[in-house]
Design a protein around this ligand. Structure first.
Ligand code: SAM
Length: 171
């Protein structure tokens, strides 16, 4: 089980980025996303994607991060530009254990640096939680996320030109 914990989501400022964090989490192999701020609109949007494109991805908003962290049985990784290099960290992570990946939005309080088993950097330049999560999941899953079957009502058939879509939805 791979879970993503998005902290510090500000409903107005972060809605697009948090949506992208959730879509990347879903597409690149995570099973669930926890958002600390309650945001029903965000939840409905992601659930609508899941309904149409398939998979069992789950969304929880307004969660108590301390409870999630306290009850978490697997490893906890916090993505930050200050952390240990990605390639080194990946070698030490057990892919058979559950993993909770924490990503920030605004300034991340020291608490998260302390409770994480590993603070992991995806390069040491400031960039984005979306990019950091995508690269981390790609390395952690050894790119197997690409083979995941979602069995959705909408299925996209890769093609060189145009758009090929198989849809079970009523137009
Ligand atoms: N200003 C915030 C701070 O100082 O904590 C970080 C803002 S950054 C746009 C939002 C999030 O992107 C961070 O909390 C971190 O999870 C992720 N992030 C940005 N650059 C990263 C990097 N080089 N490696 C890993 N994660 C990164």
């Amino acid at each position: 089980m791979i879970a993503v914990l998005r902290i510090g989501h500000r409903i107005d400022r972060d809605k697009r980025v948090t949506t992208h964090v959730a879509l990347v989490a879903r597409a690149f192999g995570a099973d669930v996303i926890y958002i600390t701020t309650k945001d029903e609109k965000f939840k409905t949007n992601i659930q609508s994607v899941c309904k149409r494109f398939g998979g069992g991805f789950q969304v929880f908003t307004g969660i108590d991060h301390k409870k999630i962290i306290k009850n978490w049985k697997g490893a906890i990784v916090h993505l930050t530009m200050y952390g240990e290099e990605l390639e080194k960290a990946i070698q030490r992570l057990d892919t058979n254990r559950d993993l909770l990946i924490i990503v920030g939005a605004e300034k991340v309080p020291p608490y998260f640096y302390e409770i994480a088993d590993m603070n992991v950097s995806v390069g040491n330049q400031p960039h984005s939680e979306v990019a950091a999560l995508a690269l981390f999941l790609d390395r952690f899953t050894k790119a197997t996320w690409q083979k995941k079957q979602f069995n959705g009502n909408i299925q996209i058939i890769p093609c060189v030109k145009g758009k090929k879509v198989r849809s079970k939805e009523t137009p």
